[in-house]
Design a protein around this ligand. Sequence first.
Ligand code: HEM
Length: 130
Amino acid sequence: MTGKEILTLDDVKLLVNTFYDKIRKDELLGPIFNERIQDRWRMHLDKMYTFWQTLLLEEHTYNGRPFPPHMNMPIGHEHFNHWLGMFTATVDELFTGDKAEEAKWRAANIAKMFENKLNYFRSHEGLSIL
Ligand code: HEM
């Protein structure tokens, strides 16, 4: 499908909303997200707009720490692969161009880094991430 470029905050919101709509209904990842987020989806989506706005539009609205909340989740290679497959498919379904490519590239790198960090901390029990 021929999409448009990711240029504005509204584009970022469309990407994030479409992705998490799918995530919430996904058999593998839906229960993990819903269990953790419960009734805080509005807050999560608002935070994810700022995360991707900061990465893709260079408008620095996110100043959190992305990794720590993932520390104690029951996730591994299969989950990250699936997350990335869904993210990539959502970008391709809606967008084209440089920022769309960058979004997929950054997502893949961060997913890999999260997975590596989780593996590291799991094999070095007792280490603090702080
Ligand atoms: C299987 C993979 C993943 C799962 C199950 C997952 C799940 C979650 C959940 C449930 C939260 C909300 C935590 C809370 O508010 O208590 C969260 C936060 C977040 N996730 Fe993920 N995530 C995954 C992968 C990723 C990846 C690959 C990225 C980046 C590309 C990412 C970026 C973030 C960010 C930025 C936050 C907000 C952190 C903050 O509080 O500042 N996640 N994730």
